[in-house]
Design a protein around this ligand. Sequence first.
Ligand code: SF4
Length: 338
Amino acid sequence: MPQDWTEKLLHWYRQHKRDLPWRRTSDPYAIWVSEIMLQQTTVEAVIPYYERFLKRFPTVKALAEGPEEDVLKLWSGLGYYSRARNLHKAAGMLTGDFPDTVEALMVLPGIGRYTAGAIASIAFGKRAPIVDGNVIRVLSRLFLISEDPKSSAGQKIFWKKAEEVLPHKHLGDFNQALMELGATVCSPENPACLICPVSEDCRARHEGRPEDYPTPKKKTEYRDVLMSAAVVEERGRILFLKRPATGLLKGMWELPMVEGDVATLVKRWDVSVLKPLPTVRHSVLNRRLKITPFLCSLPKRPWKSDAGEPERRWLTISETAELATSSMNRKILKHLKG
Ligand code: SF4
């Protein structure tokens, strides 16, 4: 039977790991795609996106040669679209063998130390640590590390500890096992210590206060934002506008909308309001958005909005399934469908 805690963890991982699509491959490209998608997104949400993405872009070359709009379409609804743009841009920079060291991987846009460590260890078996929220939780409890993981001193301590604990072999499995323990057993509240494979070695458990680790985060301060959107419908088609090529959600499609009330919407987009539609709520970072869509029509005279002449498309609801648009727009469209 395994004795050392790292061996116990590895043994547990092999018995209990979730069967996830990116765990059935050692292709660095597929692992890279999964790691990027999993940033700020849950495993359950990522699985269908990952499968569609790999089907459409099965190789780095296919991704590099694909148009950005197709990449964004496949990402539509996952959020944080700069991840998709960076992935596409990085694919275009890759010629020859896939980089297999943390240093070489970190040269690519969108790949930080965590993602580089994950690819290097999982796909190439390299001795590279990884630190994410799950790893921080497990390490802080196992070793009673009380530094704030958000501080630069805390970051240094967690990266150092994640490197120190790496075993001599099975580096990829070990890193994944740490994350898996954090994701499925060592949860932020009510960790399942009774079934934890390393409970005997866990100092926070011995102290009887695992939930005190890691140091509790400061509460996010949310800002409530009121928005209005125009659902302009003509002959069963809805008007979509392309966002500018720079700034937030650049190049994606959306309904005409504003931050503000219906009067601001009318002024900016030169629309006539017919009736309000059900309100939609959506959170982005620390902003809690309350969006009221309005069924609208365009004036009979030539339409000239306050925002100039953005590129337009008229689409049926079913055609919007293929549109590169944000999760917030999807929520509004979902209400229109149903
Ligand atoms: Fe987490 Fe409990 Fe396991 Fe410690 S014993 S690592 S607190 S689940």
